[in-house]
Design a protein around this ligand. Structure first.
Ligand code: APR
Length: 255
């Protein structure tokens, strides 16, 4: 692993344009379960229940979904971990042109990365939106007003269905965010993937786009990913430890 870390340090240390692409694996050290890793949410819940059509279909499916979200951590009280903090250092070095994330946990913002550099492809769990009147509420109301699993959050004004402001399976991604991320992937020298199995599209096209445009790809992930064959460097280890080591070595090299 140390040889791969040293190679990653040399690549990132010599680069000026790095795009980072993160998945749920960067947040497991903050206590938020991932989806497909050992014990991940999709090993405990049926992914097919988390489609937009099922969410709209009935109160019963919404109850099940909200229970899953409570179990998955409504994320409002999670804290950034060492891997998130390492990306703040990368931004301070002036190397980060964008931080593309599939995560909805707001931890990159909490860690201190500039919001204008963060591309949230799947939305953000911090807010709920009323599908009828469009009013927005902080996710904390689920803890405050709908704590038990029998209750389903509803709009306080029109009683409409409240939905987390995240992209469900079957929903389109925010096109402006995705196209911005693809453009930045086209321009970067390094695509650094952290904690993603890279199986969900169109998000997973972003690293592919970077590779096709000539960037070097570094994957930091415990276990295999769908794009390991594209990686110039593969580091199969915990994101917090690896990213801390990479940043410390870049700083020591003075680059
Ligand atoms: N360090 C490094 N890798 C880790 C760590 C860690 N501390 N913890 C978990 N991983 C790895 C897992 O082994 C797994 O390979 O991170 C990867 C996370 O993959 P997924 O659980 O599939 O998460 P992600 O790729 O973000 O999923 C993409 O799928 O369900 C949808 O919308 C959801 O955004 C999500 C999308």
């Amino acid at each position: 692993m140390n040889e791969s870390i040293d190679k990653a340090v040399a690549l990132i240390g010599g680069a000026k344009k790095v795009v980072v692409f993160t998945g749920a694996g960067i947040s497991t050290e903050s206590g938020i379960p991932d989806f497909r890793g050992p014990g991940g949410l999709w090993t405990r819940y049926d992914q097919d229940d988390f489609t937009i059509s099922n969410f709209l279909h009935s109160d019963a499916t919404r109850k099940k979904l909200w229970q899953g979200m409570r179990d998955g951590g409504l994320m409002d009280d999670a804290s950034p971990n060492a891997a998130h903090l390492a990306l703040v250092e990368l931004e301070k070095m002036g190397k980060l042109i964008s931080l593309v994330t599939q995560n909805v946990d707001n931890l990159h913002q909490k860690a201190g990365n500039s919001p204008e550099l963060i591309r949230e492809l799947h939305g953000n769990m911090q807010m709920l939106i009323c599908l009828h009147c469009g009013r927005r509420y902080p996710v904390t109301i689920v803890r405050e007003k709908f704590a038990d699993s029998e209750s389903v959050p509803a709009c306080e004004v029109c009683m409409g269905i409240l939905k987390p402001d995240v992209v469900f399976f079957g929903e389109a991604l925010p096109q402006d965010v995705l196209s911005r991320a693809m453009m930045e992937a086209n321009q970067c020298e390094i695509m650094l993937v952290i904690g993603s199995s890279l199986v969900v599209y169109p998000a997973a096209y972003v690293p592919v786009q970077a590779k096709q445009a000539g960037a070097k790809m570094i994957i930091v992930n415990r276990g295999p990913t769908e794009q390991d064959h594209l990686a110039d460097i593969r580091i199969d280890a915990a994101a917090g430890e690896v990213m801390t080591s990479i940043i410390e070595k870049i700083k020591a090299a003075g680059s």
